[in-house]
Design a binder for this molecule. Structure first.
Ligand SMILES: Cc1cc2nc3c(=O)[nH]c(=O)nc-3n(C[C@H](O)[C@H](O)[C@H](O)COP(=O)(O)OP(=O)(O)OC[C@H]3O[C@@H](n4cnc5c(N)ncnc54)[C@H](O)[C@@H]3O)c2cc1C
Length: 391
């Protein structure tokens, strides 16, 4: 594939670059960004993207999206990443909107899509449970029909943004006798409904991102079932022609290594001086960030040329990118030596890079769990990619 821009793509890139340069907020240097803080800071940026019609690049125009081609999305995402501009929308634009567009009723689209497009409504994903993560189809949260409602009881866990979300996409078991993939129903749950309680979980990096969410006799109207009852498992796989290269992650990895190289050159506290082994390690990370970029190009070429969704290739990029981030942060931690014990700003101590390296190291541990663990990605690559037998 020729990755040079066509004249139309070059013009589009120029437009995005100029827009981002004029409107995006300055990159955030806070070592430990909180979700709510980031949301407040990005409010004006979200509004500008919404006014421009760029909150949902992949959605069709008739639903308020930008209807960008896969290559246009790739350019858009690359430009935002290069400028370190915040990504907006999260799961709401990536999963929720596409699922509603494909499977929702007209009423549901009217009710839920505008809040996503304006960036006002935060959504969370109620899939994982204490006994169902990698094996998600084992989920036990029950929904039982009662008149015009369903009554829901159970528990979700690791719910990112559950404490600030207005709505949750919720997977529940509605038929206990059916094979496990077939008795699951997909709901939209109101996070403020009576009987919903949210308990914070603070991660090892010290930030509150995810939660436990409990459902006690929560009534959800039947009009909030998305698609058919008991077909929720299949809905949960819906995506539109959504660019899945994770180019933002690859660019972010490169920028991260570049920041550490700059730090190594300029900071007297850096242990890199006279440490040839550590310098070599940093160069390895720089090269590996380049490899992550190539894996992103491979995915976008599959999507743009063959018009198919990437399968095991997306798992390769996820696995490589998340394990790379952990290696980058381990290298970073070695660079700051004993300062690596200080997570964030510390009174009376001039902590290198505001403790950003330590925070990034601690936060990176979750990368190989969230969105499907490394072992699960390896299983996908082995069976679907290499055709090896299940074992
Ligand atoms: C930061 C973060 C944010 C998250 N946000 C959300 C969210 O918003 N909503 C949500 O629903 N969930 C969320 N999750 C949950 C996440 O999807 C699960 O943690 C993940 O799918 C793994 O499930 P589990 O934790 O139950 O681990 P388990 O599935 O119990 O796995 C435990 C270990 O066994 C391994 N393992 C399991 N099955 C196999 C197998 N078949 N072959 C080989 N090894 C295997 C795993 O790789 C892992 O090492 C989040 C998780 C994190 C860390």
């Amino acid at each position: 594939m020729d990755f040079h821009d066509s004249p139309e793509e070059a013009a589009f890139r120029k437009e995005v670059r100029a827009f981002v340069a004029a409107e995006a907020p300055k990159p955030d240097t806070d070592a430990r960004p909180g979700m709510q803080g980031a949301r407040e800071r990005n409010k004006a940026w979200t509004k500008k993207l919404a006014d421009k019609g760029w909150v949902a690049p992949a959605w069709p125009k008739e639903y308020g999206g930008a209807d960008m081609s896969v290559m246009e999305q790739f350019i858009f995402n690359s430009e935002l990443a290069e400028a370190r501009a915040p990504r907006i929308g999260g799961i709401a634009t990536a999963f929720v909107g596409p699922t509603l567009i494909v499977h929702g009723t007209d009423e549901q689209k009217e009710k839920f899509l505008p809040g996503i497009l304006s960036g006002e409504d935060v959504w969370c994903q109620g899939y994982s449970e204490p006994g169902a993560g990698s094996d998600l189809a084992s989920l036990q949260t029950r929904a039982v029909r009662d008149g015009d409602d369903f009554v829901v009881n159970g528990q979700k866990i690791w719910t990112s943004g559950g404490h600030i979300a207005k709505w949750m996409i919720l997977l529940t078991r509605t038929d206990v006798d059916a094979p496990k993939h077939r008795g699951i129903t997909y709901f939209v749950a109101d996070m403020k409904a009576p009987g919903v309680s949210v308990r914070p979980l603070v991660n090892m990096a010290g930030t509150h991102e995810f939660n436990e969410v409990f459902f006690e006799d929560v009534r959800i109207p039947a009009s909030h079932v998305i698609g058919e009852e008991n077909r929720g498992w299949y809905l949960a796989q819906t995506t539109l022609s959504f660019e899945r290269s994770n180019i933002g992650g690859a660019v972010g990895a490169r920028q991260n290594v570049e920041d550490y190289i700059k730090f190594a050159k300029e900071e007297p506290t850096s242990t890199l001086r006279n440490n040839a082994a550590l310098k070599a390690e940093l160069m390895d990370r720089f090269i590996e960030a380049g490899v992550a970029g190539v894996l992103s190009l491979k995915i976008v070429s599959i999507q743009a040329n063959e018009g198919i969704a990437p399968g095991h290739e997306a798992s390769v990029a996820k696995l490589y990118g998340t394990e790379l981030n952990q290696r980058i942060q381990r290298t970073g931690l070695k660079m700051v030596g004993m300062y690596g014990q200080l997570n964030g700003k510390t009174e009376g101590v001039d902590v290198p890079m505001n403790g950003r390296i330590t925070y990034a190291y601690l936060r990176s541990i979750a990368n190989t769990i969230e969105g499907g663990t490394s072992e699960i990605q390896r299983n996908i690559i082995a069976t679907r990619g290499l055709g090896l037998p299940r074992g």
